[in-house]
Every structure is written in structure tokens, then in C-alpha cells.
Design a binder for this molecule. Structure first.
Ligand code: ZN
Length: 312
């Protein structure tokens, strides 16, 4: 039976007979046992079983044993029920799940129910009905967001590559190869967005910049800070000239030179440093300028800020 014949089956609105259901194959080696000594062991086995048989279950409802229960650590749930991911109407969930556009309400009946047996101190499978009203193929399984999702360790790898400026497409290919997951470029970008938000403690970039500049002002009352914001509300220039830098310039002003430009950080901002030589031949910084690009206008803005600081 082909994929499409099941999806477009005219019996969509009629109760299906048991004959229509698709059961997992190749389960002999990795089939679930009747019981497990701990919930964590059941969970690991259940994960492996789903991977091997191309089934995807999600939690429908659960009832925990409660923190004070003597078996709470090992058995965890009084009961927990899983339903096939195709039980729900996937059309409403939006992009990335287009594979189910034609399926409308799938209402797959497959379920697995698990309950703690306090007397036996085990996690028991109390119901296992794994007949599905859709094909169980590797392709479908891999395309589901539930199965594409990268682990925390894998996501950390992504962020580390992103911080080294590896292009998104290359990261996507590498992670797909390493994990065997059908991860998309959009998934890769979303990992970064989520990571940055966590790293900034939920603050916007502007709030972060202000926070850091206020820290500098607090530590150095004489600091000169100039910020230029574009019409599009993007920070194009930040010039910082500390009291120490002002002193360096006033004492050695004859030998100023531009030390160089560095593409330093994730946003690709350049850092310019104006440096003077003291009488011992040592370089001393007299100004730092971050700019969003090396455009003449941005470099001009930096030097204008420098002049403004030393006007008096
Ligand atoms: Zn199903």
C-alpha cells in the first residue's frame, strides 16, 4: 500500500475497520517489555522502540506520584498516557508540518498507557494499542518536528559553530550527518535565536548595550560615550573614551595613529582603536570605536566623536 492511498483514503469520515490499521514491524528485538523497574528505564526503552518502528508518541495526560511519595524518584508517575502524534489535527500547527496537509483530522487511535505498580515497585504497561491509521515510514518519522529536534548537546554544537561564523547551510548539513535527524536551516536559525534570548536574560540588544554602558559610566565618571543610531533604529557607532584614554591623549597628542580594525563579534561590528606612543615607545589607547561597518560615514562619525571629546 502506498503512502498516498492511505492519506487520501475515502474512508476518512467513516469508522475504520481494524484491517485498515498499520502495525509496526521489526519489533521483535526492541519491543517493549511488560514492566520496568524505573520510569527512566521505561522512557529510554520507549524512545528506542519508537525510533526503531517509526512511531511517534506524545504525552496525552499524566498524573505524578507526588514529591513526598516514597517511590516518586524511581516510578515518577501514578499513570501516564501517550497518544500517537497523528491523533491531533496537524493542519493547524502551521509550517514545517506540511506533510500532513492532506490528512486533515487523522485521529490516529494508537495509544500506550503506563501505570506505577506500587506493590511490585515497577512501571507497568497497562495498555498498548499500536495500530495506526497512517503508514509508518522512516521518511515521515524523520520529518516530524518531534523527531527533528536536536538535543541540548547537539544544540550547543550548533551555537559554537555559529559563533565561529560557519554558514547556516553548512551547519545544517553537518548536524544532519552527525545526528541522522532531518534538521532544517530554519531549525538551525531558531536554535541561535533561542540561545541568544537566554544568554541575554530575555533583554533586548538595546537594553544590553545600555546596561553595559551604564556600568562603564558608574566605574568612570569622566568617560566620554557617544552613540549614533540610524533611522532604522540600529546602533551604527559606539565611541568610548575613558578618563585614562583622555589623559593618554593629552600627554602624548603628537603621535596618534589608528591601530587597526577587527571583526570581533557575532554582529560583525568593527573595532577601531586610536593609539598614541608614549615617551617610552609604548602604545597607549586614546579612543575605542565600535561601528556596524567600515563605511566612510561610520568612520567619520567616530572621528567626529573623538574631536567632540577633545574640543575643550
Ligand atoms: Zn499513528
Amino acid at each position: 500500500m502506498s503512502d498516498s492511498s492511505v492519506i487520501s483514503s475515502p474512508s476518512e469520515n467513516n469508522p475504520r475497520s481494524d484491517n485498515d490499521l498499520v502495525y509496526p514491524t521489526n519489533t521483535e528485538e526492541n519491543d517493549l517489555k511488560d514492566s520496568y523497574p524505573a520510569f527512566s528505564e521505561f522512557e529510554a526503552a520507549f524512545k528506542q522502540y519508537q525510533r526503531d518502528t517509526f512511531q511517534t508518541f506524545v504525552v496525552r495526560r499524566s498524573e505524578s506520584l507526588g514529591k513526598t511519595h516514597p517511590k516518586a524518584d524511581t516510578l515518577k508517575y501514578k499513570k501516564i498516557e501517550y497518544e500517537c502524534v497523528h491523533h491531533k489535527d496537524y493542519e493547524k500547527k502551521g509550517q514545517g508540518e506540511r506533510i500532513f496537509t492532506h490528512s486533515r483530522k487523522q485521529k490516529c487511535p494508537a495509544i500506550v498507557k503506563v501505570a506505577a505498580s506500587i506493590r511490585e515497585a515497577t512501571v507497568r504497561i497497562t495498555k498498548k494499542e499500536v495500530g495506526h491509521n497512517h503508514p509508518l515510514t522512516e521518511e515521515r518519522w524523520k520529518g516530524l518536528p518531534e523527531n527533528r529536534r536536536l538535543s541540548t548537546t547537539e544544540a550547543d554544537k550548533v551555537v559554537s559553530m555559529q559563533k565561529s561564523f560557519v554558514p547556516t547551510k553548512a551547519i545544517q548539513r553537518e548536524m544532519a550527518k552527525q545526528t541522522g535527524k532531518a534538521v532544517t536551516s530554519k531549525d538551525i536559525i531558531n536554535i541561535r535565536t533561542k540561545h541568544d534570548k537566554v544568554e541575554r536574560g530575555g533583554r533586548t540588544e538595546e537594553e544590553m548595550v545600555n546596561h553595559i554602558l551604564n556600568e562603564i559610566r558608574r566605574k568612570d565618571a569622566g568617560v566620554f560615550i557617544d552613540i549614533v543610531v540610524s533611522d532604522a533604529q540600529k546602533v551604527t557607532n559606539i565611541t568610548i573614551i575613558t578618563s585614562e584614554m583622555q589623559k593618554n591623549f593629552n600627554e602624548n597628542y603628537s603621535l596618534a595613529f589608528l591601530d587597526g580594525t577587527y571583526k570581533l563579534n557575532v554582529e560583525n561590528y568593527c573595532l577601531y582603536a586610536v593609539v598614541v606612543q608614549d615617551r617610552h615607545g609604548h602604545g597607549r589607547p586614546v579612543a575605542l570605536g565600535f561601528m556596524s561597518s567600515e563605511k566612510a560615514a561610520h568612520v567619520d562619525a567616530f572621528f567626529n566623536a573623538f574631536k567632540a571629546c577633545h574640543k575643550t
